[in-house]
Design a protein around this ligand. Structure first.
Ligand SMILES: Cc1ncc(C[n+]2csc(CCOP(=O)(O)OP(=O)(O)O)c2C)c(N)n1
Ligand SMILES: [Mg+2]
Length: 935
């Protein structure tokens, strides 16, 4: 990837500072002097940067004979070159340089980007007086570095050029970019007039007009035929249609095979119809009074949330796949999901190096882009090893309003895009009433993405012709804006006028296009009316998937387990291991050799290893997941001297599947969304997301509520993502105790997810393997241990991994049939109960573990409890508070299965999950265990 000179690579070799950034000028000056003295004393990349720089500076100004004196690479290029150049007046030249620089930095603020012309801004720094120049200087010639060349020009022409380039209908923010090579790349292209000159060939101009008309007529058609129905019209922002068309058209030239797209409500139906080619008839059908979605699949969703996949043929006959992700109302939630999907596509197309074949495109609203934190979280993923997707094209339908809220109430920044400045990405603000400029801008944006694998933003200023939806009255709150909108001609009229003026098209051609297109819409409408009558709505039955309780053989022969175990505990050659890691490996080796029982993290490593060995790839992502928050996993080893990395699970055998493990950024919402999206589009990979502590998953609640538990019934999207949620009461206070098991249980219905709280390493091993090997795809929410990771009670003999499978209910073979008391529990509390029973020599109590709470294997539970039918007391014991944990979920079910009440042993109901006092925790824990045996 092109870059400036990287001075300070971090330990992973990732560049953190680009030498040519504005911030490190003095460093660069020093390096430059050093290179001049001794070219071999700097690295090759730096040397080539300086050579290129000098070469560029040797070009004489176009109308000058002699080259300028050697400039300084760290200074602004224009002023650097001008120092000592053959300018009439040094002082004046530097003022011109300052002016040029001000235009590059701030010209966007004077650009004519608002079609309604209501946006009032001023930029004093680009006024002649500001740099102490005046009318008298306009005819004087000055030097200017322009489009990569040194040129001499009268000041009046320079100003005209600057105005046209930086203050036309596209405002460009790029001077914040730290990387010099990127700034320079953009500057050259911008100043070559890429966004200024109308260079579109005639055929393309007509194509733009056709798409504008399609966009416009489609909305008008629905507006008159389905009066008052919500569609979130695109009117005022129709330019997005030719812009998207240009993206698709550009794909073959750039080698892009697949677009993965996400967008909200605004204009979605229009995009579906006019870009993805969804049948008009089908869309009209969805508007029909009798329309019901395929009710066998679930509850469905409103039409402007549905996803769609298509293969589009471009004007050259090439095919481009487009996948529009479905999304809930929750704005911007879809962003990380789309990124995850795109990355999954990239892995499957083997496009994991340059990531140029799969292009994520996200379409945003202005208010949501500014307001929703997940936008920043998603942008932050864009350059990270485990999450990057080679750059996303972001398009903003900036209608300068969010429902009824003005930008001034919706963002503290001038632009809704200011958050993007955290990336080294350009932001183009373009006037939607200039479709040619918008199309030229998207072309440049596309090139940028392909060149630098970075995000790029096109912020299309437009307006919203109607209210938030079509029944909404916008004049209550925005009288001025809407009187301007009322007088404002449609975009196609403005553009058509422009084309006619330059003889590019005739009114007859447009008339013919309109008639044909309207006929097409009418035909589709007629067909949809026929279909509408045929549909008979029925109330659907809840979905059920009884096969979820079918046994799945997940044991692995001991010989194979040993081979895998030995491979992953082998010390890498020429690698200096930390002494504690050596011990860790050696203890693990003892486990796989059967000398000691297997602990939790070894069971996990063997589950992953056996899947990889068998050809199933695995991806694990989460905060500090490589080492493991509790220092239990060590899935990546580091050389103590060099920090070179080694992944034992990637060294099992030749041809094994890929093991991906990533430390995520400190985000739950976006990262879970990303991994969920990844899993959707790569279902054959075992994808796990791990919360640092289970509590933190509530930062991603939206992904859980809106996607994970219901996207199958809403959109038919099946997922097999695994959530690992460390859970358990150890006296660490309210925020490090509970993963909120109750929340997941409350969301269970229609066999939508699986919720488990396994208590043994073997149980964990088998459930992981079951999740990967079983054909049925359902999310798995799993409570995982913290303290038990090193608890000698929580181990399994290797033989339990070899034989058997995941058992939803664990029996108690040690209890006599005459037991007087049956305690049911799940997860960690079992160990406290078993210890108490042993310590107190209690021999009349059975303790039965529910390893999987949903779907509850009622038959198995009943069968396992049956021998103790004569017991007097039946107790449910949990360490969570009474209003939390599994109690409220299980209590009615247990009553139904056993036809009797269960006693409750556990913490009292509480507002907070746990006490902050360790002493009180211990007291409570002892008490609840006592209760279980004494109630
Ligand atoms: C997270 C979230 N909060 C609130 C809403 C309700 N809502 C729906 S559209 C909308 C305005 C969105 O404005 P903008 O992003 O500018 O898109 P526009 O409708 O103008 O295209 C709001 C607040 C929502 N859908 N999602
Ligand atoms: Mg808006």
């Amino acid at each position: 990837m092109p870059s400036g000179v990287n001075l300070t690579p971090d330990n992973n070799g990732v560049s953190r500072t680009d030498a040519a950034s504005a911030e490190n000028g003095p460093q660069l000056e020093a390096l430059y002097t050093q290179w001049k003295r001794d070219p071999a004393s700097v690295d090759a990349q730096t040397a080539s940067f300086f050579s290129g720089f000098e070469l560029g500076c040797q070009q004489p100004p176009k109308r000058l004979a002699a080259p300028a004196a050697a400039p300084s690479p760290a200074g602004k290029v224009s002023s650097a070159v001008s120092a000592g150049a053959v300018s009439a007046d040094h002082g004046h030249q530097s003022r011109v340089d300052a002016l040029v620089s001000a235009y590059r930095r701030l010209g966007h603020q004077a650009a004519k980007i608002d079609p309604l012309n209501l946006l009032k801004r001023s930029v004093p720094e680009i006024a002649l007086e500001y740099v102490k120049l005046g009318e008298k200087d306009l005819n004087q010639e000055f030097e200017i570095w322009w489009a990569g060349e040194l040129t001499l020009m009268p000041l009046s022409e320079i100003i005209q050029l600057l105005q046209d380039t930086y203050c036309g209908t596209v405002g460009i923010e790029y001077m914040h970019i730290e990387n010099y090579a990127i700034r320079r790349w953009l500057r050259d292209r911008i100043e070559q007039g890429r966004l200024r000159k109308d260079t579109l060939p005639n055929a393309e101009k007509k194509r733009v007009l056709a798409h504008l008309l399609e966009g416009e007529l489609f909305e008008k058609f629905i507006h008159t035929r389905y009066v008052g129905q919500k569609r979130f019209s695109l009117e005022g922002g129709e330019t997005i249609i030719p812009v998207l068309d240009k993206i698709v058209e550009e794909c073959p030239r750039h080698g892009v095979e697949q677009i993965v797209m996400g967008m909200a409500h605004r204009g979605r139906l229009n995009v579906l119809a006019n870009i993805l080619g969804k049948d008009y008839e089908f869309i009209f059908n969805e508007f029909g009074e009798n329309y019901v979605p395929n009710s066998e699949q679930g509850d469905g969703d409103v039409k402007y949330h549905m996803g769609f996949d298509s293969i589009v043929t471009t004007s050259t006959g090439a095919k481009v796949g487009i996948s529009l992700a479905p999304n809930p109302s929750h704005l911007e939630t879809v962003c990380p999901v789309v990124e995850g999907k795109a990355r999954a596509w990239q892995r499957q197309l083997n496009d994991t190096k340059e990531r140029r074949q799969v292009l994520p495109v996200l379409i945003h609203g202005d208010a949501s882009f500014a307001g929703q934190g997940v936008v920043a979280e998603t942008l932050n993923l864009s350059q990270l090893e485990g999450y990057k997707t080679g750059g996303t094209i972001h398009l903003i339908i900036n209608n300068q309003i969010g429902f009824t809220t003005s930008p001034g109430d919706g963002a503290s920044s001038q632009y809704c895009t200011s958050v993007v400045k955290m990336l080294g990405s350009p932001i183009f603000h373009v006037n939607g009433d200039d479709p040619v400029a918008a199309v030229a801008t998207i072309q440049l944006a596309f090139e940028f993405r392909q060149q630098f694998q970075r995000d790029v933003v096109v912020d299309m200023y437009c307006y919203r012709r109607h209210g938030h939806n079509e029944g909404d009255e916008p004049r209550f709150t925005q009288p001025l804006m809407y009187s301007a909108i009322e007088d404002h001609p449609p975009i196609s009229d403005i553009y058509f006028g422009h084309l006619v003026k330059f003889g590019d098209i005739t009114p007859d051609e447009v008339r013919a296009f309109r008639t044909t297109f309207e006929q097409r819409l009418n035909d589709a409408l007629q067909k949809s009316k026929v279909a509408d009558k045929a549909i008979v709505p029925t109330i659907r039955k809840p979905l059920a998937c009884p096969a979820l309780l079918d046994p799945v053989e997940t044991g692995v022969p001991e010989k194979k387990l040993r081979e895998i175990g030995l491979a992953i505990t082998k010390e890498p050659e020429n690698f200096e291991l930390n002494s504690k890691i050596k011990r860790f490996l050696s203890q693990r080796r003892d486990m796989v050799e059967g000398k000691t029982p297997v602990d939790w993290s070894t069971a996990e490593a063997l589950a992953f290893g056996s899947l990889l060995e068998g050809g199933c790839p695995v991806r694990l992502s989460g905060q500090d997941s490589r080492r493991g928050t509790f220092s239990q996993r060590h899935s990546v080893l580091y050389d103590a001297k060099t920090r070179e990395r080694y992944k034992p699970l990637s060294h099992i055998k030749e041809g094994q599947a890929t093991f991906c493990v990533y430390n995520s950024p400190l985000s739950e919402y976006a990262v879970l969304g990303f991994d969920y999206g990844y899993n959707l589009d790569f279902p054959d990979m075992l994808v796990l997301w791990e919360a640092q502590f289970g509590d933190f998953a509530n930062g991603a609640q939206l992904m859980i509520d809106q996607y994970i538990v219901c996207s199958e019934t809403k959109w038919g999207e099946t997922s097999s993502i695994v959530l690992l949620l460390p859970h358990g009461y150890h006296g660490q206070g309210p925020e490090h105790s509970s993963a909120r098991l109750e929340r997941y249980l409350q969301l269970c219905a229609e066999d939508n997810i699986q919720v488990a709280f396994p208590s043994t390493p073997a149980s964990y091993f088998h459930i992981l393997r079951r999740q990967a090997l079983r054909k049925i795809k359902k999310p798995l929410i799993m409570m995982t241990p913290k303290g038990l990771l090193r608890d000698p009670r929580c181990v399994s003999p290797l033989a339990e991994l070899e034989n058997g499978r995941f058992e939803e209910i664990l029996p108690d073979p040690s209890a006599p049939k005459t037991a007087k008391r049956v305690i049911l529990c799940t997860g960690k509390v079992y160990f406290d109960l078993a210890e108490h029973r042993k310590a107190n020599k209690i021999d009349d109590t059975a303790i039965i573990r529910i390893e999987q709470l949903y779907p509850l294997h009622e038959k198995k539970l009943a069968a396992i409890v049956a021998p103790f039918a004569k017991a007097e007391k039946f107790v449910w014991c949990q360490e969570e508070s009474q209003n939390m944990g599994a109690w409220t979920f299980l209590e009615p079910r247990l009553r139904k299965i056993f036809g009797r009440d269960f006693l409750y042993a556990g913490r009292d109901a509480s507002a907070s999950t746990a006490t902050g006092s360790h002493a009180i925790h211990d007291l409570e824990q002892r008490e609840l265990v006592n209760q279980a045996f004494s109630l």
